[in-house]
Design a protein around this ligand. Structure first.
Ligand SMILES: Cc1cc2nc3c(=O)[nH]c(=O)nc-3n(C[C@H](O)[C@H](O)[C@H](O)COP(=O)(O)O)c2cc1C
Length: 273
């Protein structure tokens, strides 16, 4: 089932895979052996840690993995990416290349998930034609809800009311900020950590997107709109048994930021025991 294999010509019997296995299911005999297939949670740490690329699991060829040495971003650039990422609210009316969207999603599914569940579903709007129809539909539904007194009390109702009037009066899109694409993450409600997994996946997507010069904005207004129009969630193809994570609108930015903002200091609580 797991297809755990050791290339005995390469294996130097260092025991790193045995030490690394978080489930403790690899033991060293003459060579490392899988002792409990059902206990393995398929994290591939054994493949990742092996200094001689001798371990294969799940049919994966270790030589097909990217080498880490010499291929990692330097910390200063990564810090600038984190500090330089902005909530983008101006977009070009242009689809991103489908291959780029595929790449962003393919890398984002490497984000960590509780107990390595890997059950996050990426629901994506890949074309702005689809986005335009979704926008029209939601704006129409929200306008009707507003007229019929069907918007929620409090902040959500206030923001959604503002979204409807900006659209009707000025054609300004507060719902998706004019973005051509949308990503919503969800995960089965019975996954070990559905909420955390979906948010981590989006954060991962967002940082990689910005590294490619793609703009993103976390879309709380879209989440509020889906709360008012729950039938849309099903129409988007999100399974009923899924917990919704969050939405991010994205696309080619029509704005260029020149510098980082200045925040901090971080709110830190040092534990003294
Ligand atoms: C959970 C969450 C929901 C958000 N919802 C919206 C939104 O609906 N519309 C919007 O324009 N910005 C939204 N934002 C963006 C925040 O307003 C933005 O991150 C914040 O003002 C800081 O700006 P920065 O992201 O450029 O650092 C949201 C951010 C988060 C984290």
């Amino acid at each position: 089932m797991l297809d755990f294999r050791i290339d005995e010509e390469r294996c130097i019997q260092c025991g790193e895979c045995v030490l690394e296995c978080p489930a403790g299911v690899i033991a060293m005999d003459a060579y490392p052996e899988m002792t409990n297939e059902a206990g393995c949670f398929q994290c591939q740490h054994c493949l990742a840690v092996c200094p001689t690329a001798a371990v294969s699991i799940l049919g994966k060829d270790p030589d097909a993995s990217a080498e880490l040495k010499g291929n990692l971003p330097d910390p200063a650039h990564l810090a600038t990416l984190i500090k330089g990422r902005r909530a983008v609210r101006r977009y070009r009316d242009k689809d991103l290349a489908p291959e780029l969207i595929d790449h962003l999603l393919e890398v984002s599914c490497h984000a960590p998930t509780g107990v390595n569940a890997r059950s996050v579903l990426f629901t994506v709007v890949r074309e702005r034609g689809v986005m335009n129809r979704l926008r029209e539909h939601l704006m129409d539904r929200l306008a009707k809800a507003k007229d019929g007194g069907g918007l929620p009390e409090g902040l959500a109702g206030k923001y959604l009311g503002w979204t409807v009037s900006a659209w009707q009066e000025k054609g300004t899109d507060i719902l998706f900020r004019g973005a051509p694409h949308l990503l919503i993450t969800s995960a089965p409600a019975d996954a070990p950590c559905p909420v955390q997994d979906t948010h981590i996946a989006l954060t991962t997507f967002q940082l990689l997107a910005h590294a490619h010069g793609i703009g993103t904005v976390w879309d709380g207004i879209c989440m509020m709109a889906l709360g008012v129009c729950p039938e849309v969630v099903g129409k988007l193809g999100i399974p009923e048994n899924h917990t919704l994570g969050y939405a991010i609108a994205f696309g080619e930015p029509a704005v260029e930021y020149q510098r980082t903002v200045q925040r901090g200091p971080a709110l830190v609580n040092v534990v003294k025991w």
